[in-house]
Design a protein around this ligand. Structure first.
Ligand SMILES: N[C@@H](CCC(=O)N[C@@H](CS)C(=O)NCC(=O)O)C(=O)O
Length: 234
């Protein structure tokens, strides 16, 4: 059931994987919100005032108070609107595992993808493959395959929300820039998870179509790959 009158605004940018995470968490929780797409090439006063430290999206403004950084925002959403099934596990050890693998994803996998893009597809991605294999191991250990494809089993958990944008970004980078991701044989569970993400009703709304991301990536490559994120408009 949707939560109304919550006074929630999301400052976002549609290709941003970090914005996608927050949008997905809001949709999973049924939280009514206003989405204000931002022009990152010409940052609004609202964005600069709401995130004066990093000046980046996403920012969630709840009752006039801004919160920045996607993982912190999703955590906040889960605390304020726990609902019947919180995104973070009840068990403290499992919660720590979700934070650990989120941190791992940011520092290793997300960083590899970023370097790949910034080097115009030239960076060797053997490290990326090894890191995906480690994540596959974590999914085999933490996610109950009989319950469902996600780290959270049948439903998306915190870590699934953190990883979800990769379900559209990795294929887009593969098809436009020649990224070589892991095969289905190497990472069967991750492939299943990303497949389930693309089929999930909330993710279908929160994440853009792969085709749209491909067009975005292609256009940025043609203009200037060094500033391709900053120059884009929604
Ligand atoms: N660690 C941040 C990363 C946010 C981020 O990098 N946002 C990008 C869009 S994908 C941005 O706003 N870039 C504008 C800029 O760097 O000036 C998070 O998790 O929210």
């Amino acid at each position: 059931m949707a939560c109304h009158d919550q006074d929630v605004t999301l400052l976002s940018f549609w290709p941003s994987p970090f914005s996608m995470r927050v949008k997905l968490a809001l949709l999973l929780k049924g939280i009514e919100h206003e989405d204000l797409p931002q022009d990152l090439g010409n940052k609004s006063k609202l964005l600069l005032e709401s995130n004066p430290v990093h000046k980046k999206v996403p920012v969630l403004i709840h009752k006039g108070k801004p919160i920045a950084e996607s993982a912190i925002i999703v955590h906040y959403i889960d605390e304020v609107w726990p609902g019947t099934s919180p995104l973070l596990p009840q068990d403290a050890f499992l919660r720590a595992q979700h934070r650990f693998w989120t941190d791992f994803f940011e520092k290793k996998i997300s960083d590899s993808l970023d370097r790949f893009i910034r080097s115009n597809g030239a960076a060797v991605n053997e490290e990326f493959i090894q890191d995906c294999l480690l994540l596959e191991g974590a999914l085999a250990e933490l996610g109950d395959e009989e319950e469902g494809p996600f780290f959270g089993g049948a439903s998306m958990s915190f870590l699934d929300v953190m990883l979800a944008p990769s379900a559209v970004w990795i294929p887009a980078l593969e098809q436009v820039m020649g990224l070589k991701p892991t095969s289905q044989e190497q990472c069967p569970r991750l492939h299943k998870l990303f497949g389930a993400v693309t089929e999930h009703p909330s993710a279908k709304v929160a994440l853009p179509q792969i085709e749209k991301l491909k067009e975005f990536t292609q256009a940025r490559l043609v203009s200037d790959h060094h500033v391709w994120i900053a120059k884009a408009s929604p």
